[in-house]
Design a binder for this molecule. Structure first.
Ligand SMILES: [Zn+2]
Length: 189
């Protein structure tokens, strides 16, 4: 399972593992047991940037009760997407503005476009629920550009967001495969 962690990117870039304020969990989100989750090592995510690759440690936790693990995914990444959230938002915006300058491949960009368009209705519903009542254009391109703007100004509503079925995590997981069929459920791992 992955949980979304609202942490500033610069904290992770500029500090060693020992200095990073990893949260503690006194409850397992998978078996619902009140138990201290144990830190369980790291795995590395390779995050492509314009001219380098950032190797980021992703912290894992183990539940001593059910034996399942969870990993703490910084919110500037999207579950199951290699590129960071901002890179994806920027690439999509450039794409919809017809001025593609991104370093992302054409093929990947097409995939992003398809997924984003497919999730558009779920993203709109989620923003409507959060009080974004501004009317949107009927033109899909204009609508997409406006929503990308809203997403750019969205951050997690809590410091830790459990990706589960209980609440709506669409803004932090707007490219999720499951949004199309089931609103509110973001991902499983
Ligand atoms: Zn558990």
């Amino acid at each position: 399972m992955q949980v979304i962690w609202a942490i500033n990117q610069s904290v992770l870039r500029n500090h060693s593992r020992e200095e990073i304020p990893y949260p503690t969990f006194d409850h397992c989100p998978q078996c619902n047991h009140f138990v201290s989750m144990v830190r369980h090592g790291y795995y590395q995510r390779h995050i492509p940037e314009k001219d380098k690759v950032w190797e980021l440690d992703i912290c894992r936790y183990l539940c001593p009760h059910c034996g399942r693990t969870l990993s703490l995914l910084p919110w500037f990444l999207l579950p199951f997407f290699q590129y960071p959230r901002n890179t994806i938002l920027t690439a999509l915006r450039e794409h919809f503005l017809d001025g593609v300058k991104t370093f992302i491949s054409r093929q990947l960009l097409n995939f992003y476009e398809k997924r984003f368009k497919r999730n558009l209705s779920a993203i709109i519903l989620s923003f409507r629920d959060k009080g974004f009542y501004e009317p949107l254009s009927g033109d899909i391109r204009e609508k997409a550009i406006r929503l990308l703007g809203w997403l750019e100004y969205t951050s997690p509503s809590e410091s830790i967001e459990m990706i589960d079925q209980r609440s709506d995590h669409t803004p932090v997981n707007f490219m999720a495969l499951s949004l199309y069929s089931k609103r509110g459920l973001s991902c499983k791992s």
